[in-house]
Design a protein around this ligand. Structure first.
Ligand code: CA
Ligand code: CA
Length: 472
């Protein structure tokens, strides 16, 4: 495997850049949906091919978000594009493409769990975005496993280990380094689908177990299983686990953890199945604080929410919105700025602001220049003052929003269920730059990498580049 130092990409990302990878969900461990990349297209046309560099065919439903690193684009989807007849039927699939050409490189396929929709919803595929570090891609399979795999697969003519028991070792197959099975090792019972996009601090990799209810939506089969685990990223062995939630899981656990320095302490921050957000000392797992994102009088499932969006860490403050599974439809939501230097139950003491004009949200925040962008499942994009939470403007996209606003240089990109992607000015005053349709629902977040913009719809991945023209 090729060893590439991640810190290079992070240093580049700090200033205005043309070239930087997007090596994880959110680009960096703090998960702030921003990039200083310049020169990306603000208009394109998938029908005429204007500013389209390449397009790759995915399965029929794609909920993983692209990761771009080491010249490879990885993306989670299902197996309806069956690329290998030896791996037929409904499976979770991670596909890897050449970043430059869009050429298919390799895929990981995982058969569905025999327990069915309770743990592994039919046709939903892999919903994790890989984290790439030192040439290794870490992601969660639909079978509740954390997988460490070689980004170059078998293209390097080397079966990387310790895991060497791959049944398929062709050029298009997955080269596994280790597997941590969260269902076997820590007894997790993922509700509907495991989806965590891992994050790393030092030697530790953090992942949500997606532990939740069974199909009765009452019973929690594994109340003693952790919500959050830390494993050694080299060996794949468990280092610490936390189960602050216990039997209070409202539904599932689909939020993904973030890492950052808060008040001089390296913290991993995770939103959990009881609707609380918790901060831990990253290396030890010691719980430092917890914050309830629901008003005390709220009632599940009408007004009380779980948290599906990812916490964003920015200058000692954690920003989070709550919401529910899209299947539950629209409803009231809440967004908060939380002072994560406080300790204990900080629901009162740590609340900097509370924005209750947001609806249920599964989107993650973008923060820059004293502004915060939030989106909700009812189709609204909100621009607020970062310090006070006071709204500057709200824009109605007229369709459900699953993805997150992505702020690239001075433009905000956001897609919706109708397949429209809007581009708006990064400004206290609303100004629409453009709107283009991608041909089918856009559930993912636009991803900037190395002068290109990656946008996926349900079944296709587009690489957009200024001046490119896709031949039709
Ligand atoms: Ca290899
Ligand atoms: Ca291997």
């Amino acid at each position: 495997m090729r060893r590439i130092i991640l810190s290079t990409a992070l240093i580049l990302a700090a200033s205005s850049v043309l070239y930087a990878d997007w090596p994880m969900w959110g680009g960096t461990p703090s998960r702030n949906m921003v990039s200083s990349m310049t020169g990306l297209p603000t208009t394109w046309d998938v029908k005429t091919g204007k500013n389209v560099k390449w397009v790759a065919e995915l399965g029929s439903q794609s909920y993983g978000n692209p990761t771009v690193a080491n010249g490879v684009v990885m993306i989670g989807t299902n197996n309806e594009a069956t690329r290998d007849p030896k791996q037929p039927g409904d499976r979770g699939v991670l596909m890897a493409f050449s970043e430059e050409t869009g050429e298919f490189m390799w895929q990981a396929t995982f058969e569905k769990l025999s327990s069915g929709r309770a743990n592994d919803w039919p046709y939903q595929g892999i919903a994790s975005s890989p984290l790439v570090m030192d040439g290794v891609a870490y992601f969660t399979s639909n079978r509740g496993q954390i997988i460490a795999a070689d980004v170059q697969g078998f293209h390097d003519n080397d079966n990387d280990g310790p895991y060497k028991d791959e049944k398929l070792t062709g050029k298009n197959d997955l080269d596994i380094i280790w597997i941590f099975d969260m269902m076997e090792e820590v007894g997790a019972f993922p509700h509907n689908l495991s989806n965590c996009s891992p994050v790393v601090d030092g030697d530790l990799l953090f992942c949500s177990t997606s532990n939740g209810q069974d199909e009765s939506h009452v019973n929690i089969p594994s109340p003693k299983a952790p919500s959050l685990i830390a494993v050694n990223r080299t060996t794949g062995k468990l280092v610490w686990e936390d189960n602050s939630v216990g039997d209070r899981i409202l539904h599932g656990q689909w939020s993904t953890p973030s890492v950052g320095d808060i008040g001089g302490v390296r913290q991993v921050v995770h939103a959990q199945g009881d609707g609380w957000v918790r901060g831990y000392e990253a290396q030890t797992g010691k719980k430092l604080w917890e914050f309830d994102t629901n008003p005390k009088e709220s009632l599940w499932p009408k007004t009380r929410n779980e948290v599906i969006s990812t916490p964003v860490i920015f200058e000692n403050v954690v920003y989070i919105s709550n919401g529910q599974d899209p299947e539950h439809g629209e409803g009231v939501g809440h967004a908060y700025a939380i002072d994560a230097t406080k300790r204990g139950d900080i629901t009162q003491s740590g609340m900097i602001w509370h924005f209750d004009k947001i609806r249920r949200s599964i989107s993650t925040a973008a923060i820059k220049d004293g502004l915060i962008y939030l989106a909700d499942f009812s189709g609204f994009l909100h621009c607020l003052d970062l310090k006070t939470g006071k709204p500057y403007w709200t824009h109605d996209l007229f369709a459900a929003i699953w993805g997150s606003p992505m702020l690239i240089n001075d433009k905000v990109y956001l897609g919706d269920e109708d397949g429209d992607v809007v581009v708006v000015e990064h400004s206290k005053t609303f100004k629409l730059v453009s709107e283009q349709n991608m041909g089918s629902s856009v559930y993912a977040t636009a991803v900037p990498a190395n002068g290109k913009l990656f946008i996926m719809n349900r079944n296709q991945l587009y690489a957009l580049q200024e001046g490119a023209q896709l031949k039709k």
